[in-house]
Write a protein that binds this ligand. Structure first.
Ligand code: DAK
Length: 260
């Protein structure tokens, strides 16, 4: 698939995904959702040598200013359903992607943009970033998991307030609430995300993928997260990387993990 609305680069074993509709503040129209779907289901899983993914927005103003409101005007039920199915799949898949996915939030992260950032494993915000769920201003509610993931990150009271008022909050407030992991000087978001991915890449890859599964298991109502953790822990003790990690500790050297 040829990408028109997203840009994909691969450098230093990291996939850089940029939402590339600067004139529309990187709003997510259906074409962009289709491309995101393709990227996360086709492109990224095949890049075996990637250590992780950094997601950001083109330009200096926005990460993603939400779903494309202008496109809403032309939407019928069928199109709406298709968009919804695609979106839900993409966001679910991002959250469970077996390598770190880090949002480098460089500006407005509103509606679907805030939701996409929340589906990522870690969020780094530039100091001018602004977050919000303004769907209520349009007569709708967050539809890409926003009501659920916001509670997971910042708690029920604040999630209620942000969704019901549609208010925006700045990066510092987002950090104070736990919505973002780091606030960095504007323009340094991607650099910080790269630093984090490089650090994570020095650990055992299977363990990293299992951490992502186990943490997500907590929020899966059909799974007992503790049991799940026991099973995954047991499996990891049989990996070559565990033997290597333990041996490296005893031999006082850096571990050389191979993902086996
Ligand atoms: N959609 C389309 N165009 C947008 C846009 C958006 N969300 N946000 C900005 N733009 C466009 C503007 O129309 C303008 O285009 P031109 O008029 O120049 O052609 C350009 O980007 C620059 O925007 P502004 O001139 O407004 O820039 P300002 O600095 O004055 O304001 C702003 C920046 C971010 C405060 C403002 O643009 C704004 O309030 N934008 C809208 C924010 C918003 O309400 N976002 C949508 C939230 S609703 C679904 C699941 C989820 C969703 C939908 C469906 N399903 C399950 C099916 C999600 C819904 C949402 O995200």
């Amino acid at each position: 698939m040829t990408y028109e609305n997203i840009k994909v680069d691969f450098r230093d074993n990291i996939l850089f995904l940029t939402i590339n509709r600067e004139k529309a503040l990187n709003a997510l129209n259906s074409r962009t959702m289709t491309e995101l779907h393709h990227f996360f289901f086709e492109t990224a899983p095949k890049q075996d040598d990637a250590h992780g993914i950094v997601v950001t927005g083109a330009g200096e103003k926005a990460f993603i200013a939400g779903a494309d409101i202008k496109e809403f005007l032309e939407m019928d039920t069928e199109k709406g359903k298709e968009l919804s199915r695609f979106g839900q799949e993409v966001f679910y898949f991002i959250e469970r992607f077996p390598k770190p996915v880090i949002a480098a939030v460089n500006g407005f992260a509103l509606g679907g943009g805030c939701e996409l950032a929340m589906a990522c494993h870690i969020r780094v915000a530039g100091e001018k970033a602004r977050f919000g769920q303004p769907e209520v201003n349009l007569g709708i509610i967050p539809g890409y998991g926003g009501t659920q993931r916001l509670i997971q990150l910042i708690g029920k009271g604040k999630a209620m307030e942000l969704c019901m008022t549609g208010d925006m909050i700045g990066a510092e407030e987002a950090h104070r609430l736990g919505l973002v992991n780091y606030v960095v000087p504007q323009g340094e978001e991607v650099g910080k995300a790269v630093e984090l991915i490089k650090k994570i890449a020095s650990k055992a890859p299977i363990a990293i993928s299992k951490i992502i599964e186990c943490v997500n298991a907590y929020f899966d109502k059909d799974v007992d997260g503790f049991d799940f953790e026991v099973d995954e822990f047991g499996k990891l003790t049989g990996t070559e990387d565990f033997a290597e990690g333990a041996a490296a500790f005893v031999e006082r050297r850096a571990a050389n993990f191979r993902g086996k």
